[in-house]
Design a protein around this ligand. Structure first.
Ligand code: CS2
Length: 481
C-alpha cells in the first residue's frame, strides 16, 4: 500500500505483522534490489500469498546489514516523482548476512530446501567473466580463490558450492534469477556456473545442466545511491530514523522468462511482472536504448561538468545528443511485440529529465569496461556492418576513453572506479596524442575484440581528436547542429 509522506509519522515502524517464511536468498543486497525486486515480491505476496520472504546477502561490506538491523530489516522505499515523494514501508527481508564474516552461513541459507530461488544483483563485474566473450575468467583472483578453497568469495563460487550441497543432500536445485544488466543474463550465468562446476566436479556440472533453471530477465528502475541528505529528509518526513531508505523513480519494469525449477515462484504477474517465453527483445531494447545512452550521457555529462543526468539533460546541446543517439541506436534494436521504439525513447527522455532524481553521472560512469560491450559496442558493431550512422556512438566511446584517462577537461583528476582503472590510466598516460590514446586503449581485449578494434580505430580517433582539442560540448554542438 502506498503511503503519502507523513503518514508514517507515528514513529512506529514495520512489523507487528507475521513475516512470510524465507523462500528466496538474494546475493548482492544493494539499493537497486531493495527498490525493485523486494517491492515486486511484496506485491506478489500481498496479492496471492506464499512464503517468499527474502534473506539478503552482502558479498563485501557489513554497511547495509548494520543500517537495516536497527529496524528489524524493514526500510522505506521512496518513489521520487516530479509532483512529490511517495513513501512505502517494505518488510520482506527476514535477515541480512555478510558473506566475508560467515561464508558458511550463506551457503547453508542457499542450500535450505525451503529456498526455491536465488536472485542476484552483483553488478557486471561480480560475475568474474570476460565481458567481450561472456566466458568465465579463470585467471580472476576470486575464481582462483574459489577453485583452491572450500569457502568461496565470488558469486559464481557461492552458487556452485550451494548447488553442490543441495545435490549431495538429494534436494532440487534452486532457480538462479539474475537481475543484472547483462545480455541474455540467465544464459550467461548458466554458462559461468557450468564452467566453474565442471572444474570442481563434472557430475555436479551434469546435474546442474539437466536440472538447473536460469531464466533471463530484464530489470528497469532508476535508483540513485541514497545520500546522507536523503536519510535526513526521510527521517523528518516519517519521524522515524531509517538508516537505509531507498530512492527510486516511479517507473519500474520487470520481464522474466517463465522457467523456474518445479514452477516454484511468487505470483509475479499479479505484481505487474511480464512473464515471457523469451526476454531477449526486452533485454536488447533496454540495454541498448536505456543503458547505452545512460553510459554515454554519464561520460559526456561528467566531462561537461554536470553532476547528474537531469542536469546533463537540462543542457539543450546534451539533450540533443541524447536524441541523436537514440536515432542511431533504434535501427539496431528489434522492438518487443507491441512496443514502439520512438515512444520508448520519448519515455526515456522524460525519465532522464525528472528533476526529482539526482542520479550522479559519476555513479553511472563506474565500471565502464564491464558495461561498454553490451551497452554500446554491440550496437556500434551492427551499425558499422550495415553501413549505418555511428557518429554519436563513436563520440561516446571517445568520451569514455577521455574519462578513464583520469583527467577532466578542467585538468582535475577523476576518481575512476573500474576493475581495469589502473591499466586504462597507464595505457593513456604513456601517449602524446589522442590518436595514440585510442590505439592504446583499443588493445584491451577484455573489452574490444581485435576485429572490432580495427574497425573502431579511425572513427573513434576522429571523435577523440575533437574532444581533446575542443571539449565535449563543442564536439556535440557540431554533431547536433
Ligand atoms: C545505470 C543503471 O548505473 C548504471 O549503469 O545505467 O543502473 C540504470 O539506472 C538501470 O539499469 C535502470 O534500470
Amino acid at each position: 500500500m502506498w503511503t503519502e509522506a507523513g503518514l508514517l509519522a507515528d514513529g512506529q515502524n514495520t512489523r507487528a505483522q507475521e513475516r512470510p517464511a524465507t523462500g528466496i536468498v538474494h546475493l548482492g543486497l544493494g539499493a537497486f534490489f531493495r527498490a525493485f525486486g523486494c517491492v515486486y515480491i511484496t506485491d506478489a505476496m500481498a496479492a496471492s500469498g506464499g512464503d517468499w520472504g527474502v534473506v539478503g546477502v552482502s558479498l563485501r561490506s557489513p554497511q547495509t546489514r548494520d543500517a537495516l538491523r536497527k529496524r528489524d530489516w524493514s526500510y522505506t522505499s521512496v518513489s521520487l516523482a516530479p509532483e512529490g515523494d511517495k513513501l512505502r514501508e517494505i518488510a520482506v527481508l527476514n535477515d541480512v548476512l555478510v558473506a566475508p564474516e560467515n561464508p558458511k552461513a550463506v551457503i547453508v541459507a542457499m542450500a535450505d530446501p525451503a529456498v526455491k530461488i536465488v536472485t542476484l544483483t552483483v553488478t557486471e563485474k561480480g560475475y568474474c567473466h570476460n565481458p567481450a566473450t561472456g566466458t568465465l575468467n579463470l585467471d580472476h583472483p576470486d575464481i582462483q580463490h574459489d577453485l583452491a578453497h572450500n569457502l568461496p568469495v565470488s558469486a559464481p563460487g557461492y552458487l556452485v558450492r550451494a548447488l553442490a550441497m543441495r545435490h549431495a543432500a538429494g534436494h532440487a536445485p534452486f532457480t538462479v534469477l539474475t537481475c543484472d544488466n547483462l545480455p541474455e543474463n540467465g544464459k550467461l550465468v548458466r554458462g559461468l556456473v557450468l564452467e566453474l562446476a565442471a572444474q570442481v566436479d563434472p557430475f555436479l556440472a551434469d546435474w546442474i545442466e539437466a536440472e538447473g533453471r536460469f531464466p533471463s530477465t530484464m530489470v528497469d528502475r532508476i535508483t540513485p545511491a541514497t545520500t546522507d541528505a536523503d536519510i535526513a529528509r526521510i527521517a523528518i518526513l516519517t519521524d522515524s530514523a531509517d538508516a537505509a531508505p531507498v530512492m527510486h523513480e516511479p517507473f519500474a519494469q520487470w520481464a522474466v522468462e517463465d522457467n523456474f525449477v518445479d514452477g516454484a515462484r511468487p505470483d509475479l504477474e499479479a505484481a505487474g511482472v511480464e512473464m515471457v517465453r523469451d526476454v531477449t527483445a526486452h533485454e536488447h531494447m533496454k540495454l541498448r536504448m536505456l543503458n547505452g545512452t545512460h553510459s554515454a550521457l554519464a561520460y559526456i555529462g561528467y566531462l561537461a561538468g554536470h553532476e547528474t543526468i537531469a542536469d546533463t539533460m537540462a543542457d539543450p546541446v546534451l539533450a540533443g545528443y541524447a536524441r541523436a543517439l537514440w536515432a542511431e541506436i533504434m535501427p539496431a534494436v528489434q522492438a518487443p511485440e507491441g512496443v514502439s521504439l520512438p515512444v520508448y525513447a520519448n519515455a526515456l527522455f522524460e525519465r532522464y529529465t525528472n528533476p526529482a532524481i539526482r542520479h550522479r553521472t559519476w555513479q553511472i560512469a563506474m565500471d565502464g569496461s564491464q558495461k561498454l560491450p553490451q551497452r554500446i559496442l554491440g550496437t556500434l558493431r551492427e551499425n558499422m556492418a550495415e553501413g549505418r550512422k555511428t557518429d554519436g556512438l563513436c563520440i561516446a566511446v571517445a568520451a569514455w576513453m577521455r574519462y578513464v584517462s583520469g583527467i577532466d577537461e578542467a585538468g582535475q583528476p577523476i576518481d575512476v572506479r573500474d576493475p581495469l582503472a589502473e591499466r586504462l590510466r597507464d595505457l593513456a598516460a604513456g601517449q602524446d596524442t589522442p590518436a595514440n590514446v585510442v590505439t592504446a586503449i583499443l588493445t584491451v581485449e577484455d573489452i574490444f575484440s581485435a576485429d572490432l578494434a580495427d574497425q573502431l580505430r579511425d572513427p573513434v580517433t576522429k571523435a577523440a581528436e575533437k574532444i581533446w582539442s575542443n571539449g565535449v560540448r563543442a564536439t556535440l554542438r557540431e554533431l547536433t547542429s
